[in-house]
Design a protein around this ligand. Structure first.
Ligand code: SAH
Length: 380
């Protein structure tokens, strides 16, 4: 079965759902707010849109983050149009994700989104002026008609690959990245190359498709999870748990050897190089930032009481494990079986606690960039 039929975050609203465990990604989206505002302001001042503004959020998932980018776009349009004394445009929003995404849960919260919108923004951005549709399809395929969109946003989604890189298995079918889920210390050097090659191929296609769908002068703001040479990737911590479980006979060695996560966390210079080589976009901004594994306020919410600082790493470990589970469980359970999920993520929580004892400021390196589609000039 293709990855696009398998990959999704945990749906619903249970304890380990993405809806209840996506505050880190929420913090990431908020980091992009100034670039969203700037993009919309500059598009408005260059008359790129007038009556209707078409916007797509790619990899929207389900939960509170699903409508957050749309909210930020509305805020930016509101602010900009007031500044220019323009009537706000009608907004057409496309929420994209893979078909396995829990679109049902996402759309159940649409009425409360509209309620908030009308309450805070009035009729101008009410439900009649903000039309929202779902696009369940891989963003490595064409999603929209040519030249139809003004603005594309995507947060923490484009580091997911379209498929596992071929180079992770030798020509005779032997797994190359045996003890690791991702690129770990013991991964052979060609594993990173195989993942980077796949990312380059996928991201180049993504840029090409998006440039066809955007209008001339249209904009795109993206975030991806980046790479930190000095700290282990969070998927590697989960790989360490799987290794422990193999030594205790709870997982078969061959199961571990044949699992790899279809993801690549690029370095900023790799992203820059791919965008420049593909050639459809000018890079307006490219920034890196770190996003903490969790915030102190998350700990208070988690404990429901004032924080006891001696429990920092332990409570933090549990929060990080819940968040990791919301993202990883569908893929990992499919390969290793549902029965060991509680054990695996309980162990992950202990690993994360130990890691936080050494690195209390553990953070996800991230890349944020804003791109402008190059204008096409026709010579008469
Ligand atoms: N943007 C949301 C969700 C991030 S999780 C947020 O910031 O909270 C990443 C999302 O990307 C998941 O919902 C996953 O299903 C989606 N995704 C991964 N690969 C995709 C692809 N090829 N096409 C569309 N969506 C994809």
């Amino acid at each position: 079965m293709g990855l696009e039929q398998v990959l999704h975050m945990n749906g619903g609203e249970e304890d380990f759902s993405y809806a209840n465990n996506s505050s880190t990604q929420n913090d990431v989206i908020l980091k992009a707010k100034p670039l969203i505002q700037e993009s919309i302001y500059e598009m408005c001042s260059s008359n790129i849109f007038s009556e209707c503004f078409r916007f797509a959020d790619l990899g929207c998932s389900s939960g509170p983050n699903t409508y957050l980018p749309t909210w930020e776009v509305i805020e930016a349009l509101d602010l900009t149009c007031r500044g220019f004394n323009h009537k706000p445009p009608m907004l057409q929003v496309f929420l994209n994700d893979l078909p396995g995404n829990d679109f049902n849960s996402a759309f159940k919260s649409l009425p409360s989104f509209y309620e908030r919108l009308e309450k805070e923004k009035g009729d101008e951005f009410g439900q009649h002026n903000c039309l929202i549709a779902a696009v369940p399809r891989s963003f490595y395929e064409m999603l929209f008609p040519p030249h139809s969109l003004h603005f594309i946003f995507s947060s923490y989604a484009v580091h997911w690959l379209s498929e596992l890189p071929e180079g992770l298995v030798s020509e005779s079918g032997i797994p190359m990245n045996k003890q690791n889920f991702y690129i770990g210390k013991t991964s052979p050097s060609n594993v990173r190359k195989a993942c980077l090659d796949q990312f380059e191929k996928d991201f180049t296609l993504f840029l090409k498709l998006r440039s066809e769908e955007l209008k001339s002068g249209g904009r795109m703001v993206l975030t991806v999870m980046g790479d930190d040479k000095h700290s282990p990737h969070v998927w590697d911590l989960l790989g360490n748990v799987a290794n422990d479980m193999v030594s205790e006979g709870l997982i078969e060695g061959s199961k571990l050897e044949s699992f790899n996560v279809p993801l690549y966390s690029p370095r900023a210079e790799e992203v820059r190089h791919i965008i420049e080589r593909e050639g459809s976009f000018n890079i307006h901004q490219l920034q890196t930032f770190n996003i903490s594994w969790f915030q102190i306020s998350d700990m208070k919410n988690h404990e429901g009481l004032e924080l006891d600082s001696s429990k920092y790493s332990e409570v933090g470990g549990k929060i990080v494990a819940g968040r990791k589970r919301a993202v990883a469980e569908p893929l990992v359970a499919r390969h290793f079986g549902k029965a060991i999920m509680d054990d695996m993520f309980q162990r992950f929580s202990i690993k994360a606690t130990h890691y936080l004892e050494m690195e209390p400021r553990a953070a996800y390196p991230s890349i944020l960039f804003s791109l402008i589609k190059k204008r096409t000039f026709y010579i008469k």
